[in-house]
Design a protein around this ligand. Structure first.
Ligand SMILES: NC(=O)c1ccc[n+]([C@@H]2O[C@H](COP(=O)([O-])OP(=O)(O)OC[C@H]3O[C@@H](n4cnc5c(N)ncnc54)[C@H](OP(=O)(O)O)[C@@H]3O)[C@@H](O)[C@H]2O)c1
Length: 293
């Protein structure tokens, strides 16, 4: 492989953390965003950014993708499906010299298991329209790259947090709530650990592999808020029973609270040798606070 180059459809929160880590090791990075301000910001960081969305496909996708050795998509599906596949499947399939492709998905594709454990062999059984679109996008990405003979990987992410995006922000902004739903646990993952999983996969491609990406300790959302309050030295908000909080929730938020499952993360450890830097939310939030201060 020549000079390693990553192309990211969607240079958002996670992709930018990955990009920074790789650029620190001499990689070049290119990718897409949706507005001029973001493009200027990315260019200032040395990233070749192109504007892309469903209504504004890349002008010359072959040139933009040219030279990429690794390709990642973090663009979520919209109501019509996956916008990247819809617009650029042909140009991607024609790429030469691609060693690795990755798609950032969500553990939401598993739906509700009533709290039972799910590893990557579990059935995909989404309960929401959003989850069904996500499952369709996963399949599209796996099919495209399998047909092109490129090792493709799907990463099913749990709730992403890190500097600038955590329960600490919600507490600081006064919008944190301690919603009580006994027995309901959520999985989460620090953004640095996602980047570590992606890099481990690039170092050890496994064609067609699907990986759950979450930490070791699924926990009630209310406990995370209480810990964030403790770190910030403020009183925790009162507990609100779920049935009461649900009356004001968006359909998207309600669908998160409908699905209860325990996501198993053994494969990222066993197959990829990943050692999580932040195995639980306490370690992660302490690090986030330190980084923000
Ligand atoms: N947040 C979570 O807790 C969570 C959990 C599981 C899975 N995920 C999924 O994991 C992936 C990475 O998450 P993230 O938080 O790093 O994402 P993010 O910060 O929202 O970044 C997503 C990127 O995709 C771009 N994008 C979004 N919709 C697009 C569209 N319709 N057409 C073209 N570009 C579009 C965004 O552009 P702009 O910068 O212009 O917005 C951004 O660059 C996403 O697919 C997300 O849905 C997230």
């Amino acid at each position: 492989m020549g000079q390693p180059r990553l192309f990211c459809f969607g240079l958002g929160y996670t992709a930018r953390v990955l990009a920074a880590a790789l650029m620190g090791e001499g990689w070049t990075v290119a990718g897409t965003c949706r507005d001029e301000a973001a493009r200027a910001d990315l260019a200032a960081d040395g990233i070749d950014a192109f504007l892309f969305d469903r209504d504004r496909p890349l002008d010359d996708a072959g040139a933009a993708l040219g030279g990429a050795t690794h390709l990642l998509s973090s663009v979520p599906p919209d109501a019509e499906g996956d916008p990247v596949l819809a617009r650029h499947a042909g140009a991607m399939a024609a790429m030469k010299g691609l060693a690795w492709a990755g798609y950032l998905s969500s553990t939401g594709v598993y739906g509700d298991t009533g709290g039972a454990a799910v590893d990557e062999s579990a059935a995909v059984n989404p309960t929401s329209e959003h989850g069904r679109r996500r499952a369709g996008a996963e399949k599209g990405w796996l099919d495209l790259w399998r047909a092109a003979g490129v090792p493709v990987h799907v990463f099913r992410l749990s709730g992403i947090y890190g500097p600038g995006r955590s329960a600490l922000d919600a507490v600081r902004a006064g919008r944190a709530r301690r919603i009580d739903k006994p027995g309901h646990l959520f999985a989460r993952i620090h953004v640095d650990d996602i980047a570590a999983v992606l890099r481990a996969s690039m170092a050890r491609p496994g064609p067609g592999a699907v990986y759950n990406v979450c930490d070791d300790e699924p926990a009630p959302a209310a406990d995370v808020v209480a810990f964030a309050c403790e770190l910030l030295g403020v009183d925790a908000p009162p507990r609100v029973p779920f049935h009461q909080a649900a009356k004001e929730m968006s359909p998207m938020a309600l669908s998160f609270w409908r699905d209860n499952r325990r996501v198993d993360n053994s494969r990222i450890k066993g197959e990829l040798g990943v050692r999580l830097k932040f195995p639980d939310y306490r370690a992660g939030l302490r690090a986030v606070l330190a980084a923000e201060e």
